[in-house]
Ligand binder design. Structure first.
Ligand code: RAM
Length: 928
């Protein structure tokens, strides 16, 4: 009996043990939750969201179990409690699909202010299910003008008729406030707010956010963006106050040549709607209306984007954003209704913020002033903490570089005064950070401080400001100058992505030049998470497009000159296509398709027998122009016709991606017609440019855009090589030709030549500016030289991202990561190692997760480490002497579950690789 019970006991223990293990096994097959849930162009749990028809995306966690997705299930509800089982807004049901990005919401209609919760799960390639993801959420902003009960309010600052630089009307900054009582405890409060101008808002003495220069720069005559803030914790029952500072910003400031389509004489205004939900469930609204008061007698006396600020601390009004402040001397505001033709829409990309802080490495004294060197050309404002004497004025000047004698080089700011002033109200250390301006600078000069004190590095800090996005990739190599070039590209991006893509950030310009955006867009997508940034700006491009299809030179169209340039307006076809290739978001192509068609129609209007006569900035700033002009030597008609054909081709490709077969056929045929007109008009039988000046760029356009018949291609390629030889293997390309150079030569099999040009030290080349001390990309190949000083032209920005377009090739070909299918669903990893590099590496956050490629050459062996994200596959091309073995993860490659040999040539192994991390090792020929 006893024995028996022991054996029963053993059996019991054993079965518990087995059961436990079986459960553990079952549990192991439950896949990890999906990660990085985002909506639309990559937003995570936004408040005040713009899109009532969002898309959903997620990533499969990296794990042995996750090669691909076989199905997904999305549930969407109006409250967290309803998930996952009772989704009242949308239940996608289990969908057999490998799509994990950009899935259209197809549920109940969503409304302004609505809170939405969502969750997803997926099944892997073996049909195993994941757990439900964490619950994500979003809350819509005010989507229609009719949601607004508030009115525009502000003071009439135009009446002061102050004329500033270039005789432009200057509006003094305003301080606006409102006090009110809240009778009950608050459950929730939202502040919806925007400005005609730029604003900074505080509540009960606290700043509502760290946003800078909101609401940003849009086509103000069509659309003004609004911000939504969760201000629940800032209000309390009892007396409360809200205070808003506003200045002209882009809206009524001094934009280039002042010929804005909107009216600079409109005084800046604010629109604010505070919606408070009280304990008892009722709602209270505090609206900007005639009860608000304002003054222009606050400390900020002047604020202008180009010119800087004047801040007089004697005029400070302590506690003006707190209740009980005495505003009896303040004026009643003027009130105006919403403009019915101007849409108020929630901001559709991130606000500008202080993103990086730089400390000066070196300070020097010069003529009573001190110069702080941040050792990096940057964009933003300084934070100054300086000892001063009462009544003195601190002058803060900026420069991107110094002249050889150590003085400030500011000629390239042109008429932008770009200087801040601070008037001290007492002795002691003051703290000041300009608010409604920004500067492009590496050097800061202070004068007017308390000279009895010894200057210290920490008197100045550089606050780097740009739209709030994170890095999206990295590139590095064994070569210092190439790494410096990468750094210069990234800093060019940071400096020119301040709400809109700008040509430059420092002079009296800083505009959304479309050509510059067109050439740099793809490179920016590697380096930063800027899909939302581009999608938002493209909305402005669509809004700025004129009735005849013309896309203005700058967007927003601050010049209002109603003409378009070839190669510039083509931003309307090139950026949608290039971004689609990197995101795979076909909806984005759909949003832009009509604009693409209209732009093509404009090309058509501007051409006769398919030869373009469109105005063009042409191959802008080509070096050594025979014509002596900024537009260079490549024929304007050739350029226009080439871009005509290219835009038509991209529109045909977009039509195909959108399933518009008729349009595809139509544009494909038109492309062929334009291409043959191009060939006939500009190329002779031997594949040589005829009738116009023969330039590197004319060949580049013909080859890059595929405009020549098969029979002429080889000769045209040879002619390009001849032109390069004539230039002693230097580029002779400007804004339009340069981005095509690497790709065309690469397609020709001339990777060696690309390396030669890229690593060239002499003018004109990328390293030339680095050798002269550049920390950003310059507008000109020779903006400055150590021997000859500054380029005498005043159009000489030292922070102009266009030539940084080479970054695309560095990622795609040196490190070797390129999308083979839109959105990197299939990735091509095909690094091109050459001397003088021993190693290079890049990583990139694709819509499916991180991909990376990292190689080094040790002795004669080529070592490559590759990461392929889940739910993708990669074609990996490994340079090798294929007579010798290839090692995969340290063992000789024969067969492998996740690696398949597709092809073997003399010089490469081509493999198909499933998600995972791998090392490959091949032997190279000696000459590499
Ligand atoms: C300059 C801009 C820009 C360029 C145009 C044509 O003023 O800086 O870079 O695109 O001209």
């Amino acid at each position: 009996m006893f024995k028996n019970s022991i054996s029963n006991y053993v059996i019991l223990i054993l079965s518990v043990f087995i059961l436990f293990n079986v459960t553990a096994c079952v549990q192991q097959t439950v896949l990890q939750k999906p990660q990085d849930l985002t909506i639309s162009e990559g937003f995570t749990n936004p408040v005040g969201f713009y899109d009532a028809s969002p898309t959903f995306s997620w990533k499969l966690p990296v794990s042995e179990n996750n090669k691909s997705q076989s199905a997904y299930h999305i549930v969407v509800a109006s409250s967290e409690d309803l998930l996952p089982n009772n989704p009242d807004l949308w239940d996608s049901k289990m969908q057999e699909s490998d799509q994990s990005t950009w899935i259209n919401y197809a549920g109940e209609e969503l409304e302004s202010r609505q809170k939405v919760y969502w969750q997803i799960k997926y099944w892997n390639q073996d049909g195993e299910a994941s757990d439900w993801s964490a619950i994500n959420h979003f809350e819509l902003g005010l989507l229609q003008n009719s949601d607004w009960k508030a009115k525009w309010v502000g003071l009439d600052t135009a009446q002061d008729s102050i004329r500033g630089n270039e005789e432009v009307l200057i509006h003094k900054p305003q301080y606006l406030r409102k006090e009110f009582e809240i009778s009950e405890d608050i459950v929730e409060a939202r502040l919806y707010i925007t400005a005609k101008g730029v604003f900074d808002v505080s509540v009960n003495g606290k700043n509502v956010s760290d946003d800078v220069m909101s609401p940003g720069f849009t086509t103000y005559d069509k659309r003004i963006e609004t911000l939504t803030y969760d201000v629940t914790d800032l209000f309390k029952s009892g007396q409360n106050a809200i205070g808003v500072e506003i200045a002209s910003g882009w809206y009524s400031g001094r934009l280039l040549w002042g010929t804005t389509p909107w009216d600079n004489s409109i005084s800046p205004k604010v629109l604010a709607q505070l919606e408070i939900t009280l304990e008892d469930g009722s709602k209270e609204y505090i609206l900007s209306d005639q009860s608000w008061k304002g003054t222009i007698n606050g400390p900020l006396q002047f604020a202008e984007i180009y010119d800087g600020e004047i801040y007089d601390a004697n005029l400070e009004m302590p506690d003006w954003t707190i209740a009980d402040f005495d505003d009896k001397d303040w004026t009643n505001v003027e009130v105006s209704n919403l403009d019915k033709d101007v849409a108020l829409e929630p901001k559709r990309h991130t606000t500008v913020k202080n993103k990086i802080v730089l400390s000066p490495k070196e300070i020097t004294q010069k003529d009573g002033a001190i110069i702080f060197d941040l050792e990096q050309n940057m964009v933003g404002v300084p934070l100054v903490k300086v000892p001063m004497k009462k009544g003195d004025t601190l002058t803060i000047r900026f420069a991107e570089m110094l002249s050889p004698d150590g003085t400030f080089y500011t000629k390239n700011y042109r008429s932008a005064h770009s200087t801040d002033y601070y008037v001290a109200a007492k002795d002691g250390v003051i703290e000041y950070m300009p608010k409604f301006t920004f500067h492009g600078f590496r050097f800061v000069e202070l004068s007017g401080f308390d000279t009895s004190k010894t200057p210290k590095n920490d008197w100045v800090t550089g606050m780097v400001q740009y739209s709030d996005f994170e890095d999206n990739g990295s590139f590095t190599s064994s070569h210092d100058k190439l790494n410096q070039l990468q750094s210069n590209i990234v800093w060019g991006l940071r400096g020119n992505f301040l709400d809109i893509p700008t040509d430059c950030p420092q002079r009296n310009e800083r505009l959304g030049w479309t050509g510059d955006a067109q050439v740099f867009g793809p490179t920016s997508m590697f380096n930063a998470d800027v899909y939302k940034f581009w999608a938002s700006w493209l909305q402005s491009v669509r809004e700025a497009q004129l009735e005849d299809g013309a896309i203005p030179w700058t967007v927003p169209d601050s010049r209002g000159n109603k003409i378009a340039s070839s190669g510039w307006g083509d931003v309307g076809t090139i950026i949608p296509w290039k971004i689609y290739m990197r995101t795979g978001d076909v909806g984005f192509l759909g949003d832009n398709f009509e604009m693409m068609e209209q732009w093509v129609a404009y090309h058509q209007k501007k051409s006769k027998n398919h030869i373009s006569n469109m105005m063009s900035f042409s191959d802008w700033l080509q070096p050594y122009p025979e014509s002596g002009k900024n537009t260079g030597d490549t024929s304007r008609n050739l350029i226009g016709t080439a871009f005509f054909a290219h835009s038509v081709k991209l529109t045909a490709q977009a039509a195909a991606a959108l399933g518009k077969t008729e349009e595809q056929a139509k544009y494909q045929a038109l492309y062929k017609t334009v291409a043959s007109a191009f060939d006939e008009r500009f190329f002779d039988e031997t594949g040589k440019v005829k009738g116009v000046t023969e330039t590197q760029t004319s060949y580049l356009l013909a080859l890059a855009f595929d405009l020549l018949p098969e029979s002429k291609i080889e000769n045209a390629q040879a002619n390009l090589l001849r032109k390069l030889k004539e230039a002693d293997y230097h580029l002779r390309t400007g804004f339009l030709g340069t981005p095509l150079l690497s790709r065309v030569l690469d397609d020709m099999g001339e990777v060696d030549m690309v390396y030669q040009l890229l690593f060239k030290e002499t003018y004109p080349s990328w390293f030339y500016s680095i050798n002269q001390g550049a920390t950003t990309i310059w507008e000109r190949w020779n903006s400055y030289s150590k021997t000859e000083g500054y380029n005498p032209m005043s159009m000489n920005s030292l922070n102009h991202y266009a030539y940084g377009a080479i970054g695309e090739w560095m990622y795609e070909r040196i490190a070797g990561i390129a999308p083979l299918e839109p959105g990197y669903k299939v990735i091509k990893i095909a690094p091109q190692p050459r001397q003088p590099l021993h190693s290079a590496a890049a990583s990139l956050n694709t819509p499916f997760g991180a991909v990376s490629s990292s190689w080094e050459i040790v002795d004669n062996s080529f070592n490559l480490e590759v990461v392929v994200p889940p739910n993708t596959s990669a074609i990996v091309v490994i340079p090798a002497n294929t007579q010798k073995d290839l090692l995969v993860d340290g063992t000789i490659f024969t067969s492998h579950n996740d690696v398949k040999l597709l092809q073997k040539s003399n010089a490469t192994f081509e493999l198909e690789v499933q998600p995972g991390t791998y090392t490959f090792q091949s032997k190279l020929d000696n000459q590499r």
